[in-house]
Every structure is written in structure tokens, then in C-alpha cells.
Write a protein that binds this ligand. Structure first.
Ligand SMILES: O=C(O)c1cccc(C(=O)CC[C@H]2O[C@@H](n3cnc4c(=O)[nH]cnc43)[C@H](O)[C@@H]2O)c1
Length: 264
């Protein structure tokens, strides 16, 4: 049986490796056509594009109840790097006739108080490009209002709601910014404009690539810091990475035992 194939895109390797710890033993995927980006795989895959049959640290794969094959890539920081890495992975998979069924943008994020505290988990209902547009004296004009396309993408509504419920996570918009918010004023502006739970720097880029390929999207974030005045010393990165590991342990079971694709 062909596996359900999931692509997970983080910004940095520390996030990718935290996800991997939650999912189980990984194997490096030898992909000559994805240079410079080591991809890790969890689970079995009848994927002829791999250089050799995947083996886990525990030995050859044994089929799970529902075959699930998850590829993990650290695509870089920011929406442009994330879009490029996601598009490359989706394109290569399509060329090999092994398309992905789901793309997940994930990592740590800043949380908007009091909606998402440090250490909590946020599952996006939609991703919003919060600083893509035009800043005027009268306020911010989004891409939609400028007539240049869209500033947001919906996440798979049923799946994202189910995942949020199982994780006990906040289910609300996650903003994508190219500039990390470092003042109380901008935090308040973004909170008022979007009612968002979190901000990070990649989700919209991943979403743009997923939309081009028609692949459903999730964004899952664990909160390392509160959005507002810059205080890097207050970021709780190890805690957020541990929460990321735990969330993906749960998410793996949801995907492995839940309704099969197409994800809606
Ligand atoms: O220094 C480390 O050990 C380390 C480990 C894991 C991740 C990092 C990062 O700096 C990741 C940058 C990544 O984090 C997201 N992020 C986190 N907080 C915010 C925020 O308040 N506003 C926007 N983005 C945030 C973002 O997606 C970055 O790509 C370091």
C-alpha cells in the first residue's frame, strides 16, 4: 500500500530535529536533486526517488497500522526561503510520481498575550502575511486591498480543528512576518488587526508553495516568547522545542490512525 506522504518544513535544524524526536527514528534521504538540503524521513516509503531503501536506526521499517511517511526539511528563516524549499520538495516529489498529501509549516514562534502563553501550542486556522503590503499614514494596506493577490491562506479546516482539539492547542490565525515584532506598539497593532495567536516567519511562504501545488496545509507552532518589546534573553527555546517534540508525537498518531487523505 502506498504511504500517506507528509512534508514538514521548519526554519532551522534545531526545530527539524525536535520534530524528528517526536516522530521516531529517522533516515537521511539521499536526494541529488535537492542539493544543500538534507532531508530526514520518518516511516516507510515505497518511494522510488530515494537512493536506497529507508532503514531506521531500529532496523528495517515495519509497516505501521496506517503507513505514513514523513519528510522533514529545514528550509531556512523567512517566507522566501520557506517558499523556495517547499516548492523544491513538492516539485521533486511530483516529478518522481510520489506527491505529498499534506504540508506542515512548523517551529517555534512568538505568542500574542494573553491568547498564547510561552510553552503553549498553536495550530493555525489560517496563515496571514502581516507585513506584506503598504504602510500608509492612515494604516496598513494588505495585498488583497491593493489588488495584488492574497495576504492569507486557509489551513485544512477539519484537520487543523481536529489536531488543535487533540493537542489542546489554540486554533487561531498565525501571522507570517519578515521583521520580528520588537515593540509593544506593533504587537498591539497586529493583535488588533488580526486577532492572531502567534507570529513566525515562514508559514505564508510554505502556504504559497502548497497552494501552487494544490496540497493541503497545516501550521503548528510552539511558543518560545511573547510578541512585544525585544528581550531575546527571555526566549524559552528549549521549552518550545520540547513542546514541539511532544506535539509531533501526538500529531503522528492523529495522522496514522485518523481519516485518510484527501485532507480537508
Ligand atoms: O538559538 C537557538 O538555539 C534556536 C533554536 C531554534 C530556533 C531558533 C530560532 O531563532 C528560530 C527562528 C524562528 O523562530 C520563529 N520565531 C520565534 N519567535 C518569533 C517571534 O517572536 N517573531 C517572529 N518569529 C519568531 C521564526 O519563525 C524564525 O524562523 C533558535
Amino acid at each position: 500500500m502506498n504511504p500517506v506522504r507528509v512534508l514538514v518544513v521548519t526554519a532551522v535544524e534545531a526545530e527539524r530535529d525536535a520534530v524528528a524526536r517526536g516522530l521516531g527514528p529517522t533516515t537521511a534521504v539521499g536526494r541529488d536533486d535537492l542539493p544543500g538540503r538534507e532531508m530526514l524521513r520518518v516511516g516507510c516509503a515505497t518511494d522510488t526517488s530515494t537512493a536506497s531503501a529507508p532503514r531506521t536506526a531500529a532496523g528495517p521499517c515495519t509497516a505501521p497500522r496506517r503507513p505514513l511517511s514523513t519528510d522533514l526539511v529545514a528550509g531556512g528563516v523567512g517566507p522566501a526561503a520557506a517558499a523556495a524549499a517547499t516548492d523544491a520538495a513538492l516539485t521533486v516529489a511530483n516529478v518522481h510520481g510520489t506527491p505529498y498529501h499534506l504540508v506542515i509549516s512548523t517551529g517555534i514562534a512568538g505568542g500574542f498575550a494573553p491568547i498564547a502563553d510561552v510553552g503553549s501550542v498553536v495550530v493555525a486556522d489560517r496563515v496571514i502575511a502581516a507585513d506584506l503590503g503598504c504602510q500608509t499614514a492612515d494604516g496598513f494596506l494588505s495585498m488583497d486591498s491593493l489588488g495584488f493577490g492574497t495576504s492569507e491562506h486557509a489551513c485544512a479546516p477539519h484537520l487543523s480543528a481536529a489536531v488543535a482539539r487533540v493537542l489542546g492547542a489554540v486554533h487561531a490565525p498565525v501571522l507570517t512576518v519578515s521583521t520580528v515584532t520588537g515593540t509593544a506598539e506593533r504587537a498591539q497593532d497586529l493583535r488588533q488587526r488580526h486577532g492572531a495567536a502567534a507570529e513566525a516567519m515562514e508559514g505564508f511562504g510554505v502556504a504559497e508553495a502548497a497552494a501552487v501545488h494544490g496540497v493541503p496545509l497545516l501550521e503548528l507552532r510552539t511558543i518560545s516568547n511573547t510578541v512585544g518589546p525585544r528581550d531575546r534573553a527571555a526566549w524559552r527555546i528549549p521549552d518550545a522545542l520540547a513542546a514541539l517534540r511532544d506535539a509531533f508525537g501526538v500529531l503522528h498518531n492523529v495522522l496514522a490512525r485518523g481519516a485518510p487523505p484527501p485532507y480537508t
